[in-house]
Design a binder for this molecule. Structure first.
Ligand SMILES: [Zn+2]
Length: 195
């Protein structure tokens, strides 16, 4: 009775009958959807960084303490472009969207890759508690504005040489002139805006 098939069938029935859907998502969903932080995709896209910094996978690389802003943004631009600005939605996210799009739904996610948004979920109905690869903030959180990095990432990608972006393309905080950071909940300086 409670085999795999019937459990899926039951889940479909429950979803169809529900008035409201609350989705809770974490890293496993993006992994299942094909966003990898190791393996061939990592090796094919980060060869120069792997040679220079001996990175073993993309996840641990995100904790690397780059000595210069030029190196830091060359690395992050590559990662953000790969796992945040994919144009085609990931199939698994699209399938979930198709299941629930006509419902009253809300998404609570610890993923920072914006894949719900890319798949068509309404941004207003998503709370990404741990941040967003697509946003920059003051590293000292001197003010709580978030800055889209879409255009910067494109520029950084195009102009990266020897794992560095040009110095004149590094962004500094427009208020206090400190370094910028990707908007990720990793320290006490995480900025949350009104979304
Ligand atoms: Zn600042």
């Amino acid at each position: 009775m409670f085999n795999y098939e019937s459990r899926i069938e039951n889940a479909r029935k429950v979803i169809n009958e529900a008035d409201y859907i609350l989705i809770g998502a974490g890293a496993g969903l993006s992994t299942a959807a094909g966003l990898e932080y190791s393996g061939d995709k990592f090796k094919n896209n980060f060869g120069d960084f792997i040679n220079k910094y001996h990175f073993t996978d993309l996840y641990t690389a995100t904790f690397y303490d780059f000595q210069t802003q030029e190196e830091k943004w060359a690395f992050w631009a590559r990662l953000i472009n790969l796992n945040r600005y994919n144009k085609e939605p990931l199939k698994l996210y699209s399938e979930i969207f198709n299941l629930i799009k006509d419902k009253d739904y809300f998404v609570l996610t610890t993923n920072v890759d914006a894949q719900f948004e890319i798949a068509g979920f309404n941004k207003e109905n998503i709370f990404a508690t741990q941040g967003d690869y697509g946003m920059l903030q003051c590293s000292k959180a001197c003010h709580n504005k978030l800055y889209s990095n879409k255009e910067l990432v494109e520029k950084w990608l195009k102009n990266t040489k020897d794992c560095k972006v040009p110095s004149n393309e590094v962004m500094y905080c427009p208020v206090c002139n400190e370094e910028m950071d990707v908007n990720l909940r990793k320290d006490a300086y995480f900025v949350e805006d009104d979304y």
